[in-house]
Write a protein of this length. Structure first.
Length: 244
């Protein structure tokens, strides 16, 4: 079967590392972005220079119409999507009492609604093929609560519930659904915390350092590979021993 992957939020960070890992291992990859077209094009240039197959597509995963259009374009250009990696997400540290209704809705629309929209869009062909793989991105804060991360943590808890429930529903159709829960990963999203905070966080991690985006990409690739053909409904926590 032709290996085609859609990786949401893949112009930078974990998504970028995932897209690159998949492309280098035989996947044609649709690189999704919402703002950083420059970074998406930069990644596509890398793929092209290596003779790999890919395309870029701008879409807000919170908008089902944009998602449907992205999936149509990807499948017309690359073929039916056999792997969906739901990586797009937003986060902000905010005290609960200071949180606006608008932000609460937006983070749920992107982090959880984005999963709903993309899965709905790719599922018909997966069901027709009686095969497919979905890997969702949660967080260590999807396993544990986090102060000043109530909205983000809530969405990531919900993604784990989505993963486990959908895995049970889709297993008879030959479709596997799993989840990766990264810890503190050295990306633009966490760099806003400042170096002092990051150094303090590193001291609390058993392995003594932040994770690398490439290490999460390895987890995603494993869950997408034949090596995990008997694994579904599971959550791999990759946090360097932050929470043991």
């Amino acid at each position: 079967m032709n290996k085609v992957a859609l990786v949401t939020g893949s112009s930078r960070g974990i998504g970028r590392a995932v897209a690159l890992k998949l492309a280098r291992n035989g996947y044609s990859v649709c690189i999704n972005y919402i703002e950083r077209e420059d970074r998406a094009l930069e990644l596509l240039d890398i793929l092209n220079a290596e003779g790999l197959s890919g395309m870029i597509c701008k879409a807000d995963v919170a908008d089902p119409e944009q998602v449907n259009m992205m999936v149509r374009k990807a499948e017309e250009t690359l073929g039916h999507i056999s792997l969906l990696v739901n990586n797009a997400g937003i986060a902000r540290q905010t005290l609960f009492q200071d949180m606006t209704h608008e932000y609460w809705k937006r983070i749920f629309d992107v982090n959880l609604g984005g999963c709903f929209n993309t899965i709905k869009a790719v599922l018909p062909n997966m069901l027709h093929e009686h095969a497919g793989c979905i890997v969702n991105t949660s967080s260590i804060w999807g396993n544990h609560g986090a102060s000043m991360e109530v909205a983000y943590s809530s969405t990531k808890h919900a993604i784990i519930g989505l993963t486990r429930s959908l895995a049970a529903e889709l297993a008879p159709s030959g479709i596997r659904v799993n989840c990766v829960a990264p810890g503190v990963i050295d990306t633009d999203m966490v760099k806003v915390l400042g170096q002092e905070t990051l150094d303090s966080l590193a001291d609390t991690i058993a392995l003594g350092r932040l994770g690398k985006a490439e290490e999460i990409a390895e987890c995603v690739y494993f869950l997408a590979s034949d090596s995990s053909s008997y694994i579904t409904g599971q959550v791999i926590t990759a946090d360097g021993g932050f929470i043991i």
